[in-house]
Design a binder for this molecule. Structure first.
Ligand code: FAD
Length: 404
């Protein structure tokens, strides 16, 4: 009996292993990851880790968890190919491993930007603890940092390094921050507060080239011809899903490994979860690939149930958070496609929430420093409960009463 093999020991893979045991799976569980680390939390990397030279990675589970749950965790191993017919994996450097069921939790990797100078040393991106260590070490010797990309990770890093005293410039190609991930009011609020911290933000701007001295980056030249000094450049322009393994094995992909409501790929004995997987959302009908801890762990729980023969359909409510300086952003639901909204709280006090509606149905809530609204939103959306905009406008007490 070969049991279940999980490829990728990030948020999704580790949760899948844990959930298999919680659900009562008693066959072999092998968890393979190409990093040489005890699997760790990624979110702190851009928020706290890179400014604190003493910070340690935060393990997802203690070492004892793996042995105690009979999970055979094998770090530092890369899978090069899947032979789906023979149910076998090829290990980089030689060797093979059989499986009865395979869970692909290969995650995503930073999108690469090719421009003159992008291969200079000091041009980095952030995905793994190894990347974070490089950024932390170089940040100690860098006065000026240029960040390409005004998305969550870029802005988190900007706030973190600014708080650590660096001169930080964020360069964003479109005319606003955070893409279309949040409402324009939130994006401009975030911009204002970052600028108040001293972060310089250039929107509608790209970088034409990077310049270097002795092989190390020394500056960036913007599309408007400005020369920005930089001893470190961080590229944060999004990620691409790691689908190559699946693709080469003949598994269907389209912006991610395609999965059904039970997380099965086009080859049903092979499942996919997390950043690498794309699925049709049960409510909006849209094909989605989400990049969040919630998505990774909830899909992992469901995949474990699928392996055990259950047929529940994936229906978790998406949620996400991001800490940017003194702003705790929390999002629940899918807020694009809304046609009206209600604002609670006070933008000037840096504490407010936006309740998004489409045709009088609550789609989701975006909060800044209002965790109570977020938690309530998770309950409401999870229960399929949509308060009227009037009830929301009356404040959280009325909402709690309506939900009870
Ligand atoms: P990953 O965690 O990326 O794990 C995939 C693992 O598989 C990696 O270790 C990879 O090396 C390994 N792998 C890939 N291919 C192979 C192979 N062929 N063989 C062996 N191993 C392989 N989300 C939030 O919700 N909130 C946040 O605040 C937040 N902050 C973030 C901050 C940073 C700096 C980063 C990088 C991400 C953040 N995210 C956040 C996103 C979140 O971390 C991801 O959505 C989550 O890690 C996805 O989990 P995953 O298991 O699918 O992928």
């Amino acid at each position: 009996k070969n049991g279940v093999v999980i490829v990728g020991a990030g948020h999704a893979g580790v949760q899948a292993a844990a959930s298999l045991r919680e659900e009562g799976f008693d066959g072999p569980v092998i968890l393979i990851g190409d990093e040489n680390e005890l699997p760790y939390h990624k979110p702190p990397l851009s928020k706290t880790f890179i400014k604190d030279q003493e910070a340690k990675p935060q393990p997802l589970r203690g070492e004892a968890f793996y042995s105690g749950s009979a999970i055979d965790y094998r770090p530092g191993i890369r899978i090069d190919a899947i032979d789906a017919g023979a149910r076998r994996l090829e290990i980089s450097g030689g060797g093979a491993l059989g499986f009865d069921r395979l869970i692909l939790a290969t995650g995503s990797r930073p999108r690469i930007l090719k421009l003159p100078g992008s291969d200079l040393s000091g041009v980095l991106s952030l995905r793994s603890i190894a990347d974070a260590r490089l950024i932390r070490a170089l940040s100690a010797q860098s006065e000026d940092v240029v960040i390409l990309g005004g998305g969550f990770i870029g802005l988190e890093i900007a706030a973190t390094l600014r708080a650590a005293g660096r001169n930080v410039t964020v360069v964003e190609a479109v005319d606003r921050l955070l893409g279309r991930a949040v409402a324009p009011v939130i994006a401009s609020h975030v911009r204002q507060r970052l600028e108040a911290m001293g972060v310089r933000i250039l929107t509608s701007t790209t970088i034409d080239r990077l310049e270097g001295e002795d092989g190390h980056v020394s500056g960036a030249v913007t599309s408007s011809g400005e020369q920005l000094p930089a001893q470190m450049v961080i590229i944060g322009i999004g990620v691409v899903p790691n689908v190559e393994l699946a693709e080469a094995a003949g598994i269907a992909t389209a912006n991610g490994i395609r999965v059904d409501q039970q997380m099965r790929s086009s080859m049903p004995e092979i499942l996919a979860i997390g950043d690498a997987a794309s699925y049709r959302h049960w409510f909006t009908g849209a094909d989605l690939r989400l990049e969040s801890v919630q998505n990774a762990t909830d899909q992992a729980r469901l995949a474990a149930r699928t392996v055990l023969g259950h047929a529940d359909a994936y229906s978790a409510v998406p949620w996400f958070w991001s800490d940017i300086g003194d702003m705790k952003l929390q999002m629940v639901g899918l807020t694009s496609g809304g046609d009206s909204h209600v604002v609670l709280g006070d933008i000037n006090e840096n504490k407010f929430s936006i309740y998004h509606y489409a045709a009088n149905r609550l789609l989701g809530i975006e909060s800044v420093n209002r965790p109570g609204d977020h938690m309530l939103g998770r309950k409401m959306l999870g229960a399929g409960f949509s308060p009227t905009p009037q009830t929301v406008a009356a404040g959280p007490e009325g909402l709690k009463a309506a939900l009870a």
